[in-house]
Structures are given as C-alpha cells and as structure tokens.
Design a protein around this ligand. Structure first.
Ligand code: MN
Length: 343
C-alpha cells in the first residue's frame, strides 16, 4: 500500500504503527510528495488504522501488486525530465542511430535529427547483440561523442546501460539511460539505475521485454522508483510472435491499457518491431494515434553501412518526412509536438 503523508506532519507514529503490524516499508520523496510504501501480510489491518490519521493524506493501493507505478495514488499523468525536455506533456521524439559507430557518424546523425526537429538524441554505446560475433559497441568513449554532439545542438542525450558497473560513469556523461528489452528484469541493474537517478535527477526509461507482460513491465519500474527515482518513463517495443511479417509485433493495444494503469509516460519504439524501414512510418503513426506520448526512432546518416539494425534505420530524409506527418496527425488529434529545446 501507499501512504501519502501530509507535509510538515511528523510521521514517526505512522512508521511505528507499520512496524508494530510487522510490515516492511520504505519512506520516499516521489513527485514532490512524501510517501511511504509498505507491504506485508497485515496490510489491510494497518490501512484501516491509518485512514483518518492526522499525518496521513491518503492510503492507496491496499493489497494490489502495483504500487508506485500505479495511477491510483498520484491521480494523473507524471512527467519525466530528460535534460531540458519534458516527457508526458506535449509529444516528443527521441531519435538517433542504433549503435554509435564513429565520431563522424554520430555527429552526422545528431545534426540530421536535430534539423528535422527531434527533442532527444539516442545512440547505443554498448550493443546487446544476439551473437557475440556481432558488433558489440564502442563503450564509454562513444557515449561521450554522443553527449558532445547532442549538447552542441542544445539537445539531451540518452544511451543504454547493460552492466551496473558502467552505470555511474554513464550517468556522468548523458542525460538519461534506457534499460533494454533484454535487461528489463535484471533487478540489480534496475535498483542501481534508480539510486543514480535519485542522486543525479537524470532519467531512466524502461523498455518492455519482448516476452514480458504489462504487469511485469510495470513491476520493473517499481524497482527503479523504490530507490527514490521519480524520473521514469516506459518504452513499448513489441513482442516476439509467431507472425513474421515484421521483426516483432508492436502491441498497439498495450498503449491505452498501460496509460489507464500507470501515471508513467509511455513512449513507443516503432523501429525494432518494424525491422524494416518501410514499416517504421505506419507503426509510428499507429502508436501516436493510440496515445503514445512520444516515439523513439532509429535514424542513421547512411543506413546501408550500419553495423547493426541496418534494415530498419531511417535515412535523414525519411525521418524528416515522418516528422512532418506526425505534426499533421497530432494536430488532427488535438495534441501538439513539443517545441524543440534551444541551444
Ligand atoms: Mn537497434
């Protein structure tokens, strides 16, 4: 359960009551609220005693699996901040290459996505590949190239962290990180990113594993938030499926369903489920129409030479045309594309 405390009221009595009932609990500041998340067998009994207590504003989610990620206690949408970009208000687009391959490649990619109006730059410094013989990424040095190129245009940069041992260094370089589909349930990584998010205020974005349910995805975000991180967003990137018309099956229905359950912003990656360039645009438009609050799209200055995901990375021209269509679609839906941050 979640107990939202009244500001300025001593909570020692509340904590004492939770201990007496044998509950485990953690006190956190999340989304500018003073909260206690508590769990254990006698939750119901403790909740009853706490309702109406002078230090307690709200007791919520009693006995439910979802706690901090749930919409119930916060009562609306939350906003994640990647540098100077707000995710969860106006529509935003994250774009950049699958993998960072050279300084020149990342500079070209950043310049292309910036001129098309992207808000955040992405690029993989470490690449989680199915085969150990495929391009594995350049590592920390590449994250520095990415951040330098993005910051020179006034845009924030994000990259993937796979190994908790790299996390602190990465947080010193970029403005946020994403947890890849393959790492979504690596709980030591989730906890470490949550701690670093709390320390630095930088964002953590969590991709849904391609074999994971909505509930498992939301529970992954609970690990991050339980460390005191309130700068979290979720990325849908499709499921493994028997159908082979695309690389993965983008779950369009999960977008409104997730938005009904969680306050966290929902971003969609249309590139990995598409698997091929010509499917990226229809999936991007479908996800936007279904209520995604942003997109994450792979763009490469010369995709035919890419060292990973060459079939699905858009050319700068294709990306620019997609951005124009997105603006029209958003307008038709009564929504709007966020203004691009200024350098
Ligand atoms: Mn990729």
């Amino acid at each position: 359960m979640i107990i939202v405390l009244r500001r300025g009221e001593a909570a020692s009595e509340v904590e004492g009551l939770l201990s007496d009932e044998g509950l485990e609990y953690k006190r956190l500041v999340l989304y500018d609220r003073d909260v206690i998340v508590a769990w254990g067998p006698s939750e119901d009994k403790a909740a009853e005693k706490l309702r109406g207590h002078p230090a307690v504003e709200l007791v919520s989610n009693v006995g439910s699996k979802l706690q901090l990620s749930s919409r119930e206690w916060l009562g609306g949408d939350s906003v994640a901040r990647i540098g100077n970009v707000e995710v969860g208000r106006d529509f935003i687009v994250i774009a950049g290459p699958c993998g960072i391959e050279s300084r020149e490649q990342v500079e070209e990619a950043v310049s292309a996505v910036w001129s098309a109006g992207a808000h955040v730059v992405r690029g993989g410094a470490w690449k989680p590949r199915t085969s150990p013989y495929s391009f594995q990424g350049i590592g920390l040095e590449a994250a520095k190239w990415l951040a330098e190129a993005a910051h020179s245009k006034g845009l924030p940069a994000i990259t993937e962290v796979m190994d908790p041992r790299d996390a602190r260094q990465v947080f010193n370089i970029v403005d946020g990180v994403w947890v890849g589909a393959r790492s979504m349930q690596v709980t030591p990584l989730l906890r470490e990113l949550g701690r670093l998010c709390r320390e630095t205020g930088k964002a953590v974005l969590i991709k849904r594993g391609f074999g994971n349910t909505l509930e498992e995805w939301l529970l992954a975000s609970e690990y991050v938030m339980l460390e005191g991180c309130s700068n979290v967003a979720l990325i849908e990137r499709g499921s493994r499926c028997w159908a082979s018309v695309s690389r993965f099956s983008l779950d369009v229905a999960i977008i409104p369903v997730a938005r009904g359950k969680t306050h966290l912003p929902i971003i969609v990656d249309p590139s990995h489920p598409a698997g091929k360039r010509e499917l990226v645009e229809p999936l991007a438009l479908a996800a936007t129409a279904a209520g995604a609050q942003g997109l994450m799209i792979e763009v490469h200055p010369w995709p035919e030479k890419a060292l990973s995901d060459k079939q699905q990375q858009l050319t700068p021209g294709e990306f620019k045309r997609l951005m124009e269509k997105l603006k029209l679609l958003l307008e038709a839906l009564g929504r709007r594309m966020a203004p691009q941050p200024k350098a």
